[in-house]
Design a protein around this ligand. Structure first.
Ligand SMILES: [Zn+2]
Ligand SMILES: [Zn+2]
Length: 215
């Protein structure tokens, strides 16, 4: 029994021996008693947890803090996409490749178009599918094809996508704060497609929910 339950509860060998010595009955009454006491235990535990008045105190007493574990999961490895600066969403720290469900217009990460110094409105997922090139400190300011980004960022997986689909949320953010991003990055505001200007706040928030399957 101890062997089978080891995953869920720990019974010391000591306890096992004392209990076993006391059980003199045959199998049938034993299982009957066990089932009965399990349902009692179940009820007892439920009461214990539902009655706990101060949840913060209960949380503080736990050896592993659920809020810390949740934070670690959500925070992930802390790395950001080398182009648009979206945080890696791979969960926890132990993963081979960094990835994110939705990449952002690159201007939000400070990328600009070389010839006119405007913030770039294209997405990394579009760029890695195109013939475009990039340069930054990692390439020592030499132009390098987006398609071959893994030369500099082998730990990132940025899926190539020819559709220019940014979630409405990030399009909305870029339109609304275009000037402020430009100011922050000391660049010129991005040329945003006209259609992006018509995105409402509601559509933007819906886009965010759709991207992360939030109902
Ligand atoms: Zn990106
Ligand atoms: Zn990561």
């Amino acid at each position: 029994m101890r062997k089978y339950l080891i995953k869920d509860i720990s019974i010391s060998e000591e306890a096992e021996k004392t209990i076993m010595f006391q059980i003199q009955s045959t199998c049938h009454p034993f299982t009957k008693c066990l089932i009965k006491s399990l349902s009692e235990l179940n009820q007892q535990l439920q009461e214990e947890f539902s009655n706990s008045e101060d949840i913060t105190e209960t949380l503080n007493k736990l050896p592993i803090k659920p809020q810390d574990e949740l934070f670690k999961r959500v925070f992930g490895c802390g790395l950001q996409c080398p182009f648009c600066k979206v945080p890696c969403e791979a969960g926890g720290k132990d993963h081979k490749k960094h990835h994110a469900a939705v990449h952002r217009p690159k201007g939000l990460g400070g990328y600009r178009i070389i010839k006119n110094d405007k913030l770039a409105e294209t997405l990394c997922t579009t760029d890695v599918h195109s013939e475009c090139k990039f340069r930054n400190t990692d390439t020592k300011w030499e132009l390098h094809p987006f398609k071959k980004y893994t030369k500099y960022y082998p730990d990132w997986h940025i899926p190539p996508d020819s559709s220019i689909e940014a979630s409405d949320y990030w399009k909305y953010v870029l339109v609304k704060y275009n000037d402020r991003f430009a100011e922050e990055y000391k660049a010129k505001p991005a040329d945003v497609p006209e259609a992006w200007r018509r995105i409402t706040k509601e559509q933007a928030l819906k886009g965010l929910k759709d991207a992360y399957n939030i109902k």
